[in-house]
Design a protein around this ligand. Structure first.
Ligand code: SIN
Ligand code: FE2
Length: 209
């Protein structure tokens, strides 16, 4: 059934790849893993350093978790809501990061952090660089589940042209090395509900510390 086979990888740069359907077979287990994490570290809406509420709800798992607040963007070992360490990174996520990096021809980032982003229709994420990590060449592995979304893939400068990448359930994007500081974002999801998914999940696996 060729229609069910993932499409071929698409290069987004010398060290950046879109891997359509790469995580499709693991999606049910990934959704279970997310539910397990959120039972310990619930989704919450963070604030930007400027005090604006971020529309996408977030949580984390791994030794380090990304947070944003009045005191800026940073990685913390404990969930500020509970004061307890973030839930452990499920082995399934570590393995997915290694496999996706290998498929992209990049070294295993050996992630110690996974940001969980929860998008409802009408939410999106502005163009930004991921630059709060210690090693700004280690690959980022980004997994999309649920509702489709348009990933905005820019250049190394904020005003460089932006490519629209239509991400679907089970797609993975990997970027490292020379492409590690590319600007990226997510176009606001359409307001109309798109069955069977009520929302979009994005998992961003990173080596932060
Ligand atoms: C992010 O850049 O943290 C999120 C990317 C995505 O949701 O696809
Ligand atoms: Fe990002």
């Amino acid at each position: 059934m060729p229609g069910l086979l993932p499409a071929a990888p698409v290069a987004l740069g010398p060290e950046a790849w879109w891997l359509p359907g790469f995580a499709l077979g693991r999606a049910p287990a990934l959704l279970d893993a997310i539910a397990g994490v959120l039972a310990q570290a619930p989704l919450r809406q963070m604030q930007t350093p400027g005090g604006r509420r971020i529309g996408v709800a977030m949580s984390n798992c791994g030794a380090l978790g990304w947070t944003s607040g009045r005191d800026g963007y940073r990685y913390t070992a404990c969930d500020p809501l509970s004061g307890k360490p973030w839930p452990a990174l499920p082995a399934l996520l570590r393995a997915l990061a290694a496999d996706a990096a290998a498929a992209a021809g990049l070294p295993d980032p050996a992630p110690d952090a996974c940001l969980i982003n929860h998008y409802l229709p009408g939410t999106g994420m502005g163009l930004h660089q991921d630059r709060d990590e210690r090693d700004l060449r280690a690959a980022i592995v980004s997994v999309s589940l649920g509702l489709p979304a348009v990933f905005l893939w820019g250049g190394l400068r904020r005003h460089d042209p932006v490519q629209a990448v239509p991400l679907a359930h089970g797609d993975v994007v990997v970027w490292g090395g020379a492409d590690r500081l590319r600007f990226h974002g997510v176009r606001r999801l359409a307001r109309a509900a798109q069955a069977p998914w009520p929302c979009r999940w994005n998992l961003t696996l990173r080596r932060a510390g």
